[in-house]
Design a protein around this ligand. Structure first.
Ligand code: 5GP
Length: 184
């Protein structure tokens, strides 16, 4: 039995998850980020093996067939998945935090009922839309798609162990740190 605990974080695109996660991980050096595999192309600044493992669909499907994923999901015609190896190796020496969407989160819970599921909510739907627009790199069509997805994700939040509102990064990170401190 490994010593590390599992924490799953979800939240709609634009909610500020990565900024909050960065703060949390600065405070808790005993947390390691689970690097997912994806068939999406890297965005500027993303590094293979750190942000994601960027792989082809053929390789992803091969790895599914070999049973290498704890969970995976397809959305926007892209595959995303958590590798068993990421969790097992990292849990040997630390707690592990996953940034995955709700389908993946519930699949993790089914296999690892000890996992703690945390959902990050925007202060309001309007504020989420405003944040998405302020990124400036998202088309109207993309905003509609992302907001529809966000609505579905926010509905799923009722099934999470904890829901935290990201009004201010600092207080949101503090709340998550308290949840983590309770478990690990
Ligand atoms: P992005 O393409 O913006 O990095 O991520 C899109 C969505 O995929 C986010 O909601 C993110 O949480 C989710 N995601 C990232 N990695 C995984 C994974 O390994 N499994 C699942 N199910 N979702 C993931």
């Amino acid at each position: 039995m490994s010593k590390g605990k599992l924490f799953v974080i979800s939240g709609a695109s634009g909610v500020g998850k990565s900024t909050v996660l960065k703060r949390v991980m600065e405070e808790r050096k005993d947390l390691t980020f689970s690097v997912s595999a994806t068939t999406r192309l890297p965005r500027p600044g993303e590094v293979d093996g750190i942000s994601y493992y960027f792989i082809t669909r053929a390789e992803f499907e091969d790895r599914i067939a070999r049973g290498e994923f704890l969970e995976y999901d397809e959305h926007h015609a892209l595959l995303y998945g958590t590798l068993n190896s990421q969790i097992l190796e990292k849990q040997e020496h630390s707690h592990v935090i996953l940034d995955i969407e709700p389908n993946g989160a519930f699949n993790v819970r089914a296999k690892r009922p000890d996992a703690t599921l945390i959902f990050i909510m925007p202060p309001s739907r309007e504020e989420l839309e405003r944040r998405l627009r302020s990124r400036g790199d998202t088309s109207e069509e993309q905003i509609t798609i992302r907001m529809a997805r966000a609505d579905w994700e926010m509905e799923q939040s009722a099934k999470y162990d904890h829901v935290v509102i990201n009004d201010q990064v600092e207080s949101c990170a503090e709340e998550i740190l308290k949840i983590i401190a309770d478990k690990a």
